[in-house]
Design a protein around this ligand. Sequence first.
Ligand code: PMP
Length: 407
Amino acid sequence: FNTLPVSEIRSQFPLLQRTINNKPIVYLDNAATTQKPWAVINALRDFYVNTNANIHRGIHTLAEEATTAYEATRLAVQSFIGAAAPEEIIFTRGTTESINLVANTWGKQNIHEGDEILISAMEHHSNIVPWQILCAEKKAVLKVVPVNDAGELIMEEFEKLLSPKTKLVAITYVSNSLGTINPISDIITMAHNVGALVLVDGAQATVHLNIQVQQLNCDFYAFSGHKIYGPTGVGVLYGKKALLESMPVFMGGGEMIKEVSFEKTTYAVLPYKYEAGTPNIADTVALKAAIDFMQQTGIEKIQAHENALLAYATDKMLQIDDLRIYGTAQNKTGVISFLVKNIHPQDMGVLLDNQAIAVRTGHHCTQPLMHRFGIPGTVRASFAMYNTFEEVDALVKGIEKSIKMLL
Ligand code: PMP
């Protein structure tokens, strides 16, 4: 029941061909970072071999070609996430930097004493800490929407927490620890109804779901290139143009200015206003190859395949004695967090690694969520478009073998 030509896809990912301990690698840590197809690796190499130059300066051929390639990625991102204009796409280092940019610009300008910022109990630390820092500085209040035992947001509580004091709702679309897909459209509408803006953490969602920011009507959307089959070190902040234009600058330096004198500096227009200094040109250029790759494959097909893997794996794993899955939301992506009674997640992770099965263990940068469930962490298997049903079988066998060794 494959919906994707998975072996053809796998052949395009060189790392998936390697072995560990003489066993073929089973890579199930995709929520941490995805592997890269040849198209991305070649784009990176091609940039340094043929095009390397700094962008937006100099009129020589290489500088023009590099600038064109860099800006081509901006256009690709714009169309990929359905933004209204290319200048709404700001390149950053990743989701973390995108969120910090908003906290340090829009946040510093618009959050005042007594204002409230609403996040959820399932946020990644990168969508908690920047708001804590801002709230401490501004004497504002950070409020948290709780989750139920299935790992779903309790929407009645969300509604109760919303008030005219709420200035921002900063929330993840998809939980990296549990796989829960949040009802983001409802959240955005409800937040806008009380006059709050919404920042969506799209770090996990962008690789699994069709993202259309204008349709969602979110105010900010953040994601990382490395989680959508692209390079590390490049990410995106989307913001509505009028908002980005009204916000103060973030980092000062070259590229982000119009004119500089010792008395006064004026700033560049969007998006350059937020891209100070020499950016990560090569990785940004190669990000386009990742987006092209995903679009050629088709997000609906990818989603169907990952959902089939999730259903198959969930069914098989629930047959293992004393195994509990954390995150049983109706609406979830290809992430399975689990624990086996009396086995520490770390021990399970090490034994799976001995069998060349790569999973993540620990708190997944969501310590408050782990506290909510009263556990120190989980073992997490997360799927990508190149994973197979045979790999799920290998995982299940690997877990059973580890249990025999540990208990
Ligand atoms: N938010 C979520 C939901 C994530 O899963 C991650 C990465 N694990 C981040 C934010 C941070 O992304 P990055 O480390 O690429 O900045």
